[in-house]
Design a protein around this ligand. Structure first.
Ligand code: SF4
Length: 378
């Protein structure tokens, strides 16, 4: 349900206050959304991303800078490869879409390449919507280079920019992802393909939201085209990737995200995440939003080092990983776990407590045996 205009305006104002005066909003990209959907219980990330806070700058100001991201060299190489794939009006890219996804259609020649430039993300999104609607009605091939799509995330719009969207002669839409990692003998690193598929799933969801507003609603294909360098050359090769599973998981996770408005409403008056503030003030602001740290955050969120330090300092079992956390049931700190194992606390009928006590007994037995064994040896 869209927010009423005044409420939406109020929310935007509140989010701008949270970013700080004169701090521009950082647009959410599909990579960030895929990561956000991977940890839907984290209110801290949902709020910071929803407010457009630059988490890398925030982590630096907190004294725990992020240690991941693409190198400048990788970005330049990726951009050069993408430009090559899209040269000549996208002829090679359209050939690959035809070959991998729609062989029955007429081969693409004289494809349309609509102009999509406009002022601001809202303007670009409107331009993309018109271009997609017009292209769907033409019955030919159309290539949209860097269209802009909007997706409602926790009550706020996120603007997303896929590498390309292709409209087929039958009016259906395909997402194209261009990556610079190599495809060797037709297959690529499964972890990288998985990350690309999760990202593409976010674009597919945004396209489906748009398609649902058109009448008749065009079909959004659930096979996306992944384009990569062939072996270690500069030549392009491609593979159709089925993203149905990633789409279903991401849709479910995004629906579970707590609404940004509710998180913002629970914050103390005057909370602000501007990186210009003193570290102590920023730390208090960040700590006022609950987080659910897990080791997976280290490869997905810029605040990971900060949250990990806090989680360790609090003795939270989440820092041990999600599976350990799940098995420990209601025991949330390492101190609780040790007390339960020693028999000083916890309900013995609780399976987690019973398992801990049994483990402690076995450990004591093993250590006792080791001491006796050592004595025999002497
Ligand atoms: S690093 Fe912190 S803010 Fe980021 S997802 Fe993990 S717990 Fe949330």
């Amino acid at each position: 349900m869209p927010l009423p205009r005044t409420r939406e305006k109020k929310l935007r104002q509140r989010l701008a206050e949270l970013r700080g005066p004169e701090v521009p909003a950082k647009a959410l990209d599909a990579r960030a959304l895929a990561a956000l959907a991977a940890n839907p219980g984290c209110r801290r990330r949902a709020l910071l991303d929803g407010a457009g806070v630059n988490k890398a700058a925030l982590a630096g100001a907190l004294g725990s800078p992020a240690a991941f991201g693409q190198s400048q060299f990788a970005l330049t190489r990726g951009n050069a490869f993408e430009a090559r794939v899209k040269a000549d009006g996208g002829a090679e890219l359209l050939r690959l879409v035809h070959e991998k996804l729609d062989r029955r259609a007429e081969p693409p020649s004289d494809a349309e390449l609509p102009e999509l430039t406009a002022i601001g993300p809202e303007g670009r999104t409107a331009r993309t919507t018109h271009a997609l609607r017009d292209a769907t009605a033409t019955g030919g091939w159309t290539l949209l280079d860097h269209p802009m799509l909007a997706l409602d995330v926790a009550g706020s719009p996120a603007f997303l920019e896929p590498d390309a969207v292709v409209v087929h002669p039958d009016g259906s839409w395909t997402v194209v992802e261009i990556k610079s990692f190599p495809m060797l003998d037709g297959s690529a690193d499964p972890a990288k393909v998985g990350a690309a598929a999760r990202q593409a799933a976010v674009y597919v969801l945004a396209l489906e939201e748009l398609a649902a507003r058109l009448d008749p609603a065009p079909a959004v294909r659930h096979h996306v085209l992944l384009v990569c360098p062939k072996d270690f050359s500069n030549l392009a090769t491609a593979s159709a990737v089925d993203i149905r599973k990633q789409r279903a998981v991401t849709a479910r996770q995004l629906a579970r995200l707590t609404r940004v408005q509710d998180i913002a409403d629970a914050l103390p008056e005057g909370t602000c995440f501007s990186p210009d503030l003193p570290a102590a003030e920023l730390t208090a602001a960040v700590e006022s939003v609950p987080a659910t740290y897990a080791p997976e955050c280290l490869s997905a969120c810029e605040l990971a080092f900060h949250c990990r330090d806090r989680s360790r300092a609090d003795g939270a079992v989440t820092s041990l990983g999600r599976s350990a956390r799940a098995e420990l049931g209601g025991l949330t700190t390492v101190e609780d776990v040790l007390a339960a194992a020693r028999g000083e606390a916890g309900d013995p009928a609780d399976p987690a407590v019973a398992a801990l006590r049994r483990a402690a007994e076995l450990r004591a037995e093993a250590l006792g045996g080791a001491v006796e064994g050592g004595a025999t040896c002497r």
